[in-house]
Design a protein around this ligand. Structure first.
Ligand code: SAM
Length: 380
């Protein structure tokens, strides 16, 4: 899928139904919570700026790939509260005014997101900061791809991006080209694919990440920092995509094969669909940061995230099956609907659920996500 087309279409599932992102992002919330100490370490390195004479200081936070759930609101709140404490501890008379930019692709369900925001509270910044049911920052939505420029030069103090950078700007063209050795025949993801397909995905990831870093190096204020988390893998071989491989490369793959075998879609239709996700290794990520050269690495590590499945009754196989199907649909459903239509998409995900139900115990034991966590600040 060409970059502009994917950019216009990709989003997590909006609204508030059973398979929406709002209702299927508790795992991301848990994983983000487990990394809070790394985030606060990053925030402790951000330079506090004094107000210029003509106006109060403005401290700017941007969440890139914010999606439409409450995780982004929670994390922005954590960041602003932490920075406020630092300003207070440093003896500033009054904290700066805070702005938060929620950024995602244009088809993100910004309406749902904005409805989740607590109201801006109090007539003074001190009053808002003292109140839990109000927010203490100004808000704006920024639609656009984070692989390009989104903000004015030197305007953002803290960039935060969680569980988003593994989404590629496009499926590499060669992977969908029958004449190419990288043609990903029979597969809808690179887990277990041929080496050339995997190399094409890796190249795409690295050129996308290079665009991301180039843009942020222009937009970050001197003294600012960036905290990035994306899906990662522990294996050197990119055809073993780890947790992402289990999510997209097993029951989801088998369900596509079911539709082909049952004559509901052609094999060509399946082969024209590929998930634009790449879980990098630490080395894949590091090579790009070092080649770009604009950022110093404060921290770069692989962090064990846990399972993407959050269930109330771990002994209930059907609940686990549904959780896997919903989790998969909340992130890829929009692309699947666009490719085969909603009715066939219903068929596909009900097969994902029943296949996952029959392997529920193995899924609970084996499905683990690892994340790449990076804390970066400008190197000049
Ligand atoms: C799994 S969600 C992460 C949501 C949120 N950060 C959280 O912690 O729950 C991934 C988000 O990345 C966004 N995304 C993917 N590619 C993007 C791009 N090129 N530019 C901006 N956002 C992108 C998707 O639209 C999606 O909302």
């Amino acid at each position: 899928m060409a970059p502009m087309k994917l950019e216009r279409m990709l989003s997590m599932k909006g609204g508030k139904d059973e398979s929406s992102y709002v209702n299927n992002s508790q795992a991301q919330a848990q994983h983000a919570r487990s990394m809070l100490h790394l985030l606060t370490e990053t925030l402790d390195g951000v330079r506090l700026s004094s107000p210029p004479e003509y106006s109060p200081a403005n401290f700017v936070v941007a969440d890139l790939g914010c999606s439409c759930g409450s995780n982004t609101i929670h994390m922005v709140d954590v960041i602003i509260k932490h920075m406020t404490k630092r300003y207070e501890a440093a003896g500033f008379d009054s904290p700066p005014e805070f702005s938060a930019f929620f950024s995602d692709l244009p088809s993100n369900d910004f309406n749902t997101l904005f409805q989740l925001l607590p109201p801006y509270g109090g007539s003074s910044m001190e009053e808002c900061l003292a109140s839990d049911s109000h927010r203490s920052y100004f808000v704006a939505g920024v639609p656009g791809s984070f692989y390009r420029r989104l903000f004015p030069a030197k305007s953002v103090d803290v960039f935060y991006s969680a569980f988003s950078l593994h989404w590629l700007s496009q499926v590499p063209e060669v992977v969908l080209d029958k004449r190419s050795t990288a043609y990903n025949k029979g597969k809808i993801f690179i887990h277990g694919a041929n080496e050339s397909a995997a190399i094409a995905y890796k190249k795409q990831f690295q050129s996308d990440l290079a665009g991301f870093l180039r843009s942020r190096s222009n937009e970050m204020k001197p003294g600012g920092s960036m905290f990035l988390v994306c899906l990662g893998r522990t294996c050197v071989d990119p055809t073993d995509q780890g947790g992402a491989g289990l999510l997209f490369g097993t029951h989801f793959q088998d369900a596509w094969d079911d539709l082909v075998q049952e004559g509901l879609i052609t094999s060509e239709k399946r082969d024209n669909f590929n998930i634009p996700v790449y879980a990098p290794s630490l080395e894949d990520f590091k090579e790009v940061v070092e080649a770009d050269g604009s950022f110093a690495i404060n921290k770069l590590e692989v962090f064990k995230g846990g399972s993407p499945l959050v269930v109330n009754h771990p002994e209930d196989a059907a609940e686990i099956g549904r959780a896997l199907a919903n989790s998969c649909r909340s992130v890829s459903g929009v692309l699947v609907d666009a490719h085969i239509g909603e009715d066939l998409s219903d068929e596909l995900f009900s097969r994902v659920a029943s296949r996952a139900t029959s392997q529920a115990k193995e899924l609970l034991d084996q499905l683990q996500f690892f994340h790449i966590v990076a804390s970066l600040s400008l190197s000049y």
